[in-house]
Ligand binder design. Structure first.
Ligand SMILES: C[S@@+](CC[C@H](N)C(=O)[O-])C[C@H]1O[C@@H](n2cnc3c(N)ncnc32)[C@H](O)[C@@H]1O
Ligand code: SF4
Length: 348
């Protein structure tokens, strides 16, 4: 079992404070936390082959991550998603999850979940379920082992499938996320739909976003989801449904399979108006928007005192700066990444 002695679980949790509301009257109830920028894969749309990672000394400790997440829970966050990099390669990650799960038990948090590449799930799936994680997102862009190796630069498809098997066997609900890549997996969406729905899993397709220099032209990777949807509509009956998970995906039901298919379309359809999310990095930087540079340093107020008052003030001030939305563009005039930081830093 997980060793929680590393964390001070007896630290009292402050009384709930008023929920965070941004200048556009959006309540901030969803926090995504990138617990590491490191990963065992190097997906071509996410990282360059020779990535330089943040110095380990700059990382928040597990205890600091716990304190930071708890501060957001006190301020009204109801859903916490751990991401990365690959969250399950962070040393001690189960200690952190075990500690955060007290907020599920107290009822302060509705959901504790994670986005993972699946490679470590054979090791951790059962423990995640035991700690109160109910569903997870697993990223998988292809069912072809050679293509999988090419996309991830060295990942093994078998291991990820074994991870998904382990997650389902443990009783976790799995949603598959696939990034749509022009000329790479565009012939596979039907097989991915039938495979995922055949196993009782939702599938969400994601437009590639221009984050970080990955050494490839984004225009070569980018395929608008409007086109993908039009093509799928020739083969399947896609029925609009109201299903929402609190994230940015919009869902349809595929009549032939009975399963749900989500679309995350930051480029062709701006989803910002209903944004309820903020993100923190493993060094304690708060990004109020995935698609903007503006950020707030929470590590300094976190480390400045034992109490949380400075931290709460810094969070309040940052939320007043949450922008209305992002302005990602991928076209021939915008060849550079819209933002210099990689997805693995902010977390997907
Ligand atoms: C950065 S990853 C972190 C979690 C975990 N390593 C994983 O792959 O699921 C989170 C999600 O972001 C997606 N992603 C990464 N870079 C992206 C990009 N440039 N555009 C769109 N999605 C991206 C990944 O496919 C994944 O679904
Ligand atoms: S998408 Fe996830 S698995 Fe792929 S390199 Fe980025 S962090 Fe790693």
């Amino acid at each position: 079992m997980t060793d929680t002695t590393l964390l001070d679980l007896d630290r009292p949790v402050d009384r709930p404070l008023r929920t965070l509301v941004d200048p556009f009257q959006r309540a901030i109830t969803y926090l995504r936390v990138s617990v590491t920028d490191r990963c065992d894969f190097r997906c071509v749309y996410c990282m360059a082959e020779n990535m330089s990672f943040l110095p380990k000394a700059d990382l928040l400790t597990l205890e600091e991550l716990d304190r930071l997440c708890t501060a957001f829970v006190v301020k009204g966050v109801r859903k916490l998603r751990l991401t990365g990099g690959e969250p399950l390669v962070r040393r001690g990650i189960m200690t952190l999850i075990s500690s955060l799960s007290r907020h599920l038990r107290s009822g302060a948090l509705d959901e504790l979940t994670l986005t993972t590449n699946g490679s470590q799930l054979p090791k951790y799936a059962a423990e995640l379920k035991a700690l109160g994680v109910e569903r997870i997102n697993v990223s998988l862009d292809t069912l072809d082992a050679d293509k999988f190796r090419a996309i991830t630069r060295w990942g093994e498809l078998d291991k990820v499938i074994a991870g998904i098997d382990a997650a389902q066997a443990a009783g976790l609900r799995v949603k598959i996320n696939a990034v749509v890549l022009k000329g790479v997996n565009e012939d596979e969406f039907s097989s991915l739909i039938e495979w995922a729905h055949g196993r009782g899993m939702d599938l969400t397709l994601i437009e590639v976003m221009p984050l970080g220099d990955v050494g490839e032209a984004r225009l070569d990777q980018y395929l608008p989801l409007s086109m993908v949807r039009a093509r799928l509509a020739e083969r399947y009956q896609l029925e609009d449904i109201d299903y929402m998970t609190g994230g940015p995906a919009r869902y349809v039901r595929v009549k032939e399979t009975g399963g749900r298919l989500g679309f995350i379309t930051p480029l062709t359809h701006n989803f910002c108006e209903s944004c309820n999310r903020v993100r923190i990095t493993c060094t304690g930087t708060l990004y109020m928007c995935l698609g903007q540079e503006d950020a707030a340093d929470l590590r300094t107020p976190l480390r400045a005192s034992e109490g949380n008052d400075l931290l709460y003030s810094a969070i309040d001030e940052a939320i007043t700066r949450k922008p209305k939305g992002h302005d990602f563009v991928i076209d021939r005039r915008h060849k550079r990444p819209a933002l210099s930081r990689h997805m693995s830093v902010t977390g997907g």
